[in-house]
Design a protein around this ligand. Structure first.
Ligand code: GLP
Length: 252
């Protein structure tokens, strides 16, 4: 794992954008795995700025999102479909036919999960997966205890995740209790992973990711077994021993 420590959220977003833009320029047909949540918003803003000033094109790019809430239609402002439109898609030249997000209002959710996995496979997999991390170590919506071999599936969200996401909903009763998420095995098949973390609330999770055992009770720990992971995190999110600028961390 390569760990790049930066000063703050702004620098994390800028560094992450440089990273993604370089990959897009090297491979204009790249398959990007996209995350939602607060963490990548700054990255997406930087991609938009760059698209507007340097004209980096997304016309041939394909994207797969990690997850979506069950029961939220794309027109719901709290859905991840809506988030992606607002935060990125409508501001760049991406072709909507090349953007994929699990359908949280599918009639048959199990079939939808299977269809999503098949789509990822059919398109040839993910070249670069962008990830955030939950305070309990979730990646996508893979909550603690999710089998490392899991493919796309429906999850029941934990108390910790519901609490962390409450700020995006106007009332408690509107917070969805279930989501569809790309599985851990699906994420691990990505050729490359870029994990972003910012803020003190993420430090305990980052400490555990970097220092503790690889176990299903802490989903992100599996990333230590991936051959190509880069972490860009601000100093608040990193434990003391990883706060110097660039660290190579042994894989296991
Ligand atoms: C959310 C999303 C994840 C995200 C994580 C952290 O629940 N499903 O994809 O990475 O939790 O969110 P945030 O970046 O807002 O801290």
């Amino acid at each position: 794992m390569k760990i790049i420590a930066v000063a703050d959220y702004q620098e994390m977003s800028e560094k992450a954008a440089q990273y993604v833009i370089e990959r897009v320029k090297n491979n204009p047909s790249i398959h990007l795995g996209l995350a939602t949540g607060g963490t990548p918003k700054g990255l997406y803003q930087q991609l938009i700025n760059d698209h507007q000033t340097n004209f980096t094109s997304y016309i041939k790019v394909t994207t797969f999102n990690l997850d979506e809430y069950v029961g939220l239609a794309p027109i719901n402002p709290a859905s991840y479909h809506y988030y992606m439109e607002e935060q990125l898609f409508q501001h760049v030249d991406i072709n909507r036919r090349n953007t994929f997000i699990p359908n949280g209002v599918a009639e048959n959710l199990k079939q939808e999960c299977q269809r999503y996995d098949e789509k990822v496979l059919l398109e040839g997999g993910i070249d670069l997966q962008i990830l955030g991390i939950g305070e309990n170590g979730h990646i996508g919506f893979n909550e603690p205890g999710t089998p490392f071999g899991s493919t796309t599936h429906v999850v029941s969200l934990t108390e910790s995740t519901l609490r962390a996401n409450a700020k995006y909903f106007s009332s408690e009763k509107d917070i969805p209790t279930h989501a569809i998420t790309m599985g851990i095995a699906t994420i691990m098949k990505s050729k490359e992973i870029l994990l972003l973390a910012s803020g003190l609330s993420k430090r305990p999770a980052m400490k555990r990711l970097l220092e503790c055992a690889i176990e299903e009770s802490f989903p992100a720990s599996i990333l230590r077994q991936h051959p190509q992971v880069t972490i860009i995190a601000d100093r608040d999110a990193l434990p003391k021993s990883f706060q110097s600028s660039v660290t190579e961390h042994s894989r296991v």
